[in-house]
Design a protein around this ligand. Structure first.
Ligand code: GLC
Ligand code: GLC
Length: 812
């Protein structure tokens, strides 16, 4: 069952039934000021950091679902309705929500009145702009009462939910014409406030929640709206809100636009006040003036659209597969931009308070967006590397507002450092900007410890080398990529988190085959970087460590039909036929295959065949099998999940691409494509009622074959799945892969694909690439020509001057 449809020309998903199986959301803003918005206008806004600068309040996991947002109430005689259906839930005559690139349009119609609301954050603006157009489609005039509503959060989203003995006394507002200011705590340590404004005179307002709602009323029945009369309340403590009241007369056929601006302002210390106790509103007035007419708003939206035209023009394809094209050209790239902005911090599953920017997550996200915004990728790499320690280990996360690392979600994950090599080399391959390696980058955010970025790559590499276990394999630390394989925690206390509890590494023999594969892949990258820089001795040294690792994996990491997953604290095997449960895992088989370890002896082929046989199911490849059915204290969190969910045999979409890339290394294009399609959201649109999350973005997890309801997805939007899948489809299946000295073309496609086209902008040049497959092969470039001239014996487009080039590629 579907709840809407794709509109590819407008790059929108159009929801036509508001009661989606889960709120289907979108993101507004792509720099500094952000909002989340659901298809019923639920969600919230924040500045830079969803924890420390939360502007509006939202209630996660509430009853009813998706409570709190920017709501418009329309009172038409006795009927009260909202264009987004919620919160009133009055049955609408028509409803449509269009989620587009950083904007959302929600339209509702009731009794001949239509209300269309556009929501977006204009480029470089610290405000969400909302344009509400009300139209009278009847033959008689209408007298409507319009109420806006938003509820302020008291800045720190954590304290906002718990410290009520203080919170209920701090709230302060100011009312100035049609602008309602939220200035809580402005007078002491804070230099910022928020405001909600409308570009028309108002007939009333409310700023105190209790006065507006009535203490025991829900969002669907505010007292003020029921009575049709604003109370002109001024909040003192309790819960400040902002609500405008406007009487709207509409002649038959008439439309009126109202522009609301929800903004954020910071003032300098010596410029805080207009007069004693009265805030300086200059900056707010500037923002309001910039968007106070429909023409200005429309122009700003057009500008945003152009911005996206540009971002999405760097890589486009025409494969003849509609669903694939819309994912590659629009939604997958869009999702990559969103994971760039938020890492894992704010979605409808991530509450914006627990997890800031992750070290490993952000490095992996980079491979999905570096071609769109290389400058911001550069800044991101430096930010991430600045939180690293001199011995190569890392803070697992940093807070976007301060950019300082912290241990709030644990530390000691031994895979972390290697991802920096991935992020940095992906950036250099895209841009050719080797200068980034000379950039002085602090350790532990301490400038006095700064070293060139290259040094950070060296210590990342060496962190693995310096932490090897008894089999010469990498010690796992608290965990590797799989946060839940906690081999050194031995937690008996249900009140502690596996991520932050003591990590008992003393005397531990716990080694990771996943890090081993990762090390071989990115260790080789490191070697190549060294060679390019003429650091041949260092390259030699590193190469030996990589070779040793390959040997160790072959000697101690092979289980007969697949790669082992790990050795536990005591040196026992995990992911082996010897185990009762958890005999085979996806991560080590993915990474050791990507590294091609033992490919010459058929190990990769065997491993991937075993994955197909033991882990694949209708909805994707599960993480491990058989699923754990009891708690294993020596394995940790993985065995706390019911079977089929999350890291315990869920389809953890993030790691499916590792197997897919492995398949392309073997040249098995049909298998790669089958796996890709299984978890690709556009292909799941028809089973939306089962899949539950948005059909336009990837979710972190789909319940696996052992789960109660296989196929049900959770945790959409903020997941490494976005970048890994874009990377896989664009660079390994379609095979257009940036490298230091050119663009490699090496597709691995289903045999029955006869051709596809792609446009790739790369280092200033634009390549129109046409791949043909006359003999129906999976892989192998037979001929490559640029503007009619054949490139001898290779499949790389060399670096070329700015300009447009036509590239013909023949497989065979
Ligand atoms: C989550 C985390 C990621 C981790 C993965 C597997 O997606 O964000 O860092 O690798 O879970 O546990
Ligand atoms: C839990 C999740 C995992 C996530 C980790 C960190 O362990 O299962 O996916 O990465 O928490 O928050």
């Amino acid at each position: 069952m579907k709840f809407g449809h794709f509109d590819d020309d407008n790059r929108e998903y159009v929801i036509t039934n508001p009661a989606t199986p889960w709120p289907w959301i979108n993101y507004l803003g792509n720099k500094d000021f952000f909002s989340l918005i659901s298809n019923t206008a639920g969600g919230y806004a924040f500045y830079k950091d969803a924890k420390f600068r939360r502007l509006t309040r939202y209630r996660y996991n509430n009853v009813p679902m998706d409570s709190g947002g920017r709501y418009f109430y329309i009172k038409d005689d006795k009927t009260i309705w909202s264009p987004g259906w919620k919160p009133c839930k009055t049955k609408l005559d028509q409803y449509e929500c269009r989620h587009g690139m950083n904007y959302t349009k929600i339209k509702g119609e009731k009794d001949g009145v239509s209300a269309e609301a556009l929501f977006f954050v204009p480029l470089n603006t610290h405000a969400e702009v909302q344009k509400l157009s009300l139209t009278n489609n009847t033959k008689s005039s209408k007298n409507l009462k319009l109420f806006s509503f938003t509820e302020w959060a008291l800045w720190n989203a954590v304290a906002d939910m718990e410290n009520f003995q203080r919170n209920f006394s701090t709230g302060e507002v100011e009312i100035d014409g049609s602008t309602l200011y939220h200035k809580t705590e402005y007078k002491e340590r804070r230099n910022h406030f928020a405001f909600y404004s409308v570009n028309t005179p108002i007939d009333g307002y409310d700023t105190d929640r209790e006065s507006f709602m009535g203490l025991y009323n829900g969002f669907h029945e505010p007292q003020v709206v029921l009575e049709g009369q604003a109370k002109m309340s001024t909040a003192h403590g309790w819960s400040p809100i902002a609500s405008h009241y406007i009487e709207v007369d509409l002649q038959p056929g008439e439309t009126k636009d109202f522009i609301f601006t929800l903004g954020y302002v910071e003032n300098d210390e010596d410029n805080k006040w207009e007069s004693k106790g009265v805030i300086n509103k200059d900056k707010a007035n500037e923002i309001i003036a910039k968007f106070n007419t429909s023409d200005k708003v429309d122009a700003a939206l057009a500008e945003l659209r152009t911005y996206w035209d540009d971002l999405l023009s760097n890589y486009t394809v025409n494969t003849g597969h509609e669903k694939l094209d819309r994912m590659v050209n629009i939604w997958n790239q869009y999702q990559c931009m969103i994971t760039f902005c938020f890492s894992r911090s704010a979605s409808f599953f991530e509450s914006g308070i627990g997890r800031g920017m992750g070290f490993r997550d952000s490095n992996q996200d980079l491979i999905g967006f570096v071609h769109q915004i290389p400058d911001r990728a550069r800044e991101r790499i430096i930010d991430i590397a600045s939180t690293q320690f001199p011995d190569g280990s890392c803070y697992h996360q940093y807070q976007p507002l301060t950019k300082k690392g912290n241990n709030d979600i644990g530390s000691g994950f031994n895979d972390d450092p290697m991802w920096l090599i991935l992020g940095t080399t992906a950036y250099i391959k895209e841009t050719g900007d080797w200068s980034i390696l000379d950039e002085q980058v602090p350790y532990d955010n301490d400038e006095s410890l700064a070293q060139p970025l290259f040094h950070h790559l060296t210590v990342s590499f060496d962190h693995v080398v310096n932490n090897l276990g008894p089999h010469g394999l990498p010690l796992i630390g608290r965990a590797d990529w799989n946060d839940c394989l906690n081999l050194n925690c031995f937690s008996r206390d249900p009140n502690e988190s596996f991520q932050t509890t003591e990590n008992k590494t003393e005397g531990s023999k716990a080694e990771s085959l996943m890090i081993a594969g990762l090390f071989v892949v990115y260790g080789r990258e490191y070697v190549e970087v060294c060679r390019k820089l003429g650091k041949n001795e260092e390259a030699e040294r590193a190469q030996q460590h990589v070779d040793n690792m390959v040997r160790s994996v072959k000697a101690h990491g092979w289980d007969g039909d697949w790669f082992l997953r790990a050795y536990d604290f005591f040196g026992n095997k995990i992911g082996s036929q010897e185990n009762d449960e958890g005999q085979i895992f996806i991560e080590s088989n993915g990474w050791c295959s990507m590294a091609g370890i033992g490919i010459e002896d058929g190990l990769v082929e065997k491993a991937l065949n075993s994955v197909k046989e033991k882990l694949d199911c209708e909805y994707g490849i599960v993480l491990n099998n058989p699923a754990y059915t009891k708690y294993y204290i020596e394995y940790g969190e993985i065995s706390t999940y019911p079977k089929g969910y999350k890291e315990n045999a869920g389809i953890f979409c993030h790691n499916n691409p590792w197997i897919i890339i492995g398949e392309t290394i073997l040249g098995r294009g049909d298998q790669a494509w089958e796996y890709f399609r299984k978890i690709c959201p556009a292909y799941l649109e028809d089973i939306s009622e089962l899949h539950k999350t948005e059909p336009y973005v990837y979710a972190q997890m789909i319940a696996g074959k052992d789960a109660f309801k296989p196929g049900e997805a959770k945790n959409s939007w903020l997941t490494g799945t976005a970048s890994w899948n874009f990377y896989t489809i664009s660079q390994y299946i379609l095979g257009i892969r940036p490298d230091y000295d050119g663009l490699i073309i090496d597709p691995c496609i289903p045999a029955d694909w006869r051709s596809f086209e792609a446009t790739r902008k790369f280092r200033g040049a634009t390549f129109k690439i046409r791949v043909t497959n006359p003999n129906g092969v999976n892989k192998g470039v037979k001929r490559l020509s640029i503007d009619g001239e054949e490139v001898e014996g290779g499949n790389m487009i060399p670096l070329l001057p700015k300009g447009h080039y036509t590239v013909e590629v023949e497989l065979g």
